[in-house]
Design a protein around this ligand. Sequence first.
Ligand code: 1HN
Length: 368
Amino acid sequence: MTLSPVSLKALDAPGQPTPSPELDELYRGFERELLVPLWTEIGDLMPTSPRPAAVAHRWRWSELVELAERAGELVPVGRGGERRAIALANPGLGGAPFATPTLWAAIQYLNPREDAPVHRHTQHAFRFVVEGEGVWTVVDGDPVAMRRGDFLLTPGWRFHGHHNQSDTPMAWLDGLDIPFVHATGSAFFELGPDAVEDRSTPVRSRAERLWAHPGLRPVSQPSPAPSSPIAAYRWEHTDAALADQLALEDEGHPGVIEPGHAAVRFTNPTTGGDVMPTIRAEMHRLRAGVRTASRREVGSAVWQVFDGEGVARVAEREWPVGRGDLVVVPSWVPLTFTAGAGLDLFRFSDTPIFERLHADRVEVEQGP
Ligand code: 1HN
């Protein structure tokens, strides 16, 4: 007798009925009618705590840049492909270009004087710049300069294209909620005009001039918006906020999230909430030698080292990390960072999704 796939699965699962030719016939009937009994699946479907398919992994920035440079020589950027973006493919996700089940992370590369064409999509996107400058991303007609340390937003359904106005190539990190939008069948996409319409190179975008003044909101704009109107969060502000937290700690005042660990979250000034509905973004700074408490949370995250070096420990895996390196942290997997001579870390996660669904959980364990 050849067993049906349902019968084979049942062999490993607890609490199964006694095998018999009649039972196998029943299971063949289920298969024929595209039915699956819960009693063979419940262990996978209802684990006592999350068992993500995604796995922890580290990507070296130096390897990404080398391959992106090669792509810059061989692969044109233009209509059709739209972007010279090379995605991190989580080894647990079957080869899909997904860093986690909800998040896309890619290195994008533009040659000198090159354009990436204008389009829009419902997926929310951001850029984080770990090195270089010279590219402007034009978001709904507003040119936004990209420089080291800047965090730049392209919320869903805004037209956007990029142009490199310099004589050097530039690479940066793209983060989007593509896997989430893909899984939920909610993607829309539209091409924009073929030519980049505005090649001006302002130091500050119109969005920043309107919105990026600390604690000050234009009185003409009283309504909450689902995504932040701040097109670029500049490194000088992020750096100063982190430096001030650590200086306050030196002076004996509160502010850091744990000893030697400063952190800020990028927020939507119209709500005080996350920058975009599906993506949380933060910057962390560890003093030399600091080891963070082990922490796990529902939802997945991607970290990129902005500066310094240290060690990332995710569950049982441990990797040295330096500038630009990326670490992917699956749901409910404990994470600690240990700083060498100081460590600046950019983090993005899908936490807003789980908070909105009241499915968020966090567990922090103090170290030895
Ligand atoms: C996109 O528009 C960008 O605007 C980056 O830079 C990555 C991946 C898939 C689809 C659209 C960008 C993307 C993308």
